[in-house]
Design a protein. Structure first.
Ligand code: NAD
Length: 333
């Protein structure tokens, strides 16, 4: 198939080209994000391949349908950026990569926890300037602390496993408990209990209407003072204005983000010579106890390879059968 591949960087092209040697699709790469403005680039293609911040709203899907696209291959696990109703109406099949490396995201989550706790990002700069003082770098033992994992699918399970290795007590909340997690002596509790009892709260559920702003002013009120919040899920799981208020009042002691509500206009690009116009994001950057990475949790060699292999297999399956076993589930959450 001829496939328009959006939001591609050299590392994407190299992993997709590598995986495509076994499939022989015609991959047409675009640096641009998929949006209403760029959707016409897919004219003449039977499929598009899209990433986390590509727009698959009604306008874009209708344009894709008009131009003959029949298949959307997402290069990610989450599919919150898709207007499923419109896709269904136009019989556009949307597939994703349901699993690549849960270890990549889980390990990055733990990297954020460790860096925030032991202030590695501050120590790094200090030592390079010849400042070897320890004031302000005091951390706490993770051993014996309580960590709350919200969403215990593939990634949440691996986070729980690693944190059990640190000697943490792990509480979990999921609408569908995972038996493998229970075998790690992870205790499933209500969301209210998890929020109230955890020293560290980490988010690994998908973004759906029911999980949007799961962390907001109301839920923050029920948490321990000085709580650490980590979000490597999706930006809109967290109400950013609410966490800024929580940081100012010291209710939140540490905040680690790999995703951000309005990341589409910022992440994956070099804006270092420009003014940041997003005042909310700019405010977040001013806190000494906030650590932000630009949606890089997935970014390991193994994960890129897994994404490419499954994406190409999805394209081939659709080309051969008109269906795909990794088609995204019904949007009725
Ligand atoms: P998964 O489908 O294996 O697990 C998700 C879990 O969340 C499931 O157990 C599900 O039952 C649970 N869940 C669903 N709705 C819930 C709710 N309302 N409350 C609590 N739990 C709920 O998915 P995964 O592979 O573990 O990925 C989790 C999320 O991580 C993805 O949806 C994606 O948004 C995000 N992600 C981020 C990156 C990154 O680079 N930062 C990379 C991959 C995935």
């Amino acid at each position: 198939m001829k496939v328009a591949v959006f939001s591609t960087k050299p590392y994407d092209r190299s992993s997709l080209d590598g995986a495509n040697t076994e499939h022989g699709h015609e991959l047409v790469y675009f640096d641009a994000r998929l949006s209403a403005a760029t959707a016409p680039l897919a004219r003449g293609c039977e499929a598009v391949c899209a990433f986390v911040n590509d727009e698959l709203n009604a306008t874009v899907l209708e344009e894709l349908h008009r131009s003959g696209v029949r298949f959307v291959a997402l290069r990610c696990a989450g599919y919150n950026n898709v207007d499923h109703e419109v896709a269904e109406r136009h019989r556009l099949v949307v597939a994703r990569v349901p699993a690549y490396s849960p270890y990549a995201v889980a390990e990055h989550t733990v990297a954020l926890i460790l860096s925030l706790n032991r202030k590695i990002y501050r120590a790094y700069n200090r030592v390079r300037e010849g400042n070897f003082t320890l004031d302000g770098l005091l951390g706490f033992d993770l051993h014996g602390r309580t960590i709350g994992v919200i969403g215990t699918g593939q990634i949440g399970l691996e986070v729980a496993r690693i944190m059990r290795g640190f000697g943490c007590q792990v509480l979990a909340y999921d609408i569908k408990p995972n038996p493998e997690c229970e075998s790690l002596q992870v205790r499933y509790v209500s969301l209210e209990d998890l929020l109230a009892k955890s020293d560290i709260i980490t988010l690994h559920c998908p973004l759906t209407p029911s999980t949007r702003h799961l962390i907001d002013t109301k839920s923050l009120q029920t948490m321990k003072p000085g709580v650490m919040i980590i979000n490597t899920g999706r930006g809109s799981l967290v109400d950013t204005e609410a966490v800024i208020a929580g940081l100012k009042s010291a209710k939140i002691g540490y905040l680690g983000l790999d995703v951000y509500e309005e990341e589409a206009d910022l992440f994956f690009e070099d804006h270092s010579g420009q003014v940041i116009h997003d005042d909310v994001f700019a405010r977040l950057l001013t806190f000494p106890n906030v650590l932000i990475t630009g949606h890089q949790a997935f970014f390991t060699r193994e994960a890129l390879q897994g994404i490419a292999t499954t994406t190409l297999a999805n394209l081939t399956e659709f080309a051969e059968n008109g269906t795909c076993s990794n088609a995204v589930p019904s949007p009725k959450f």
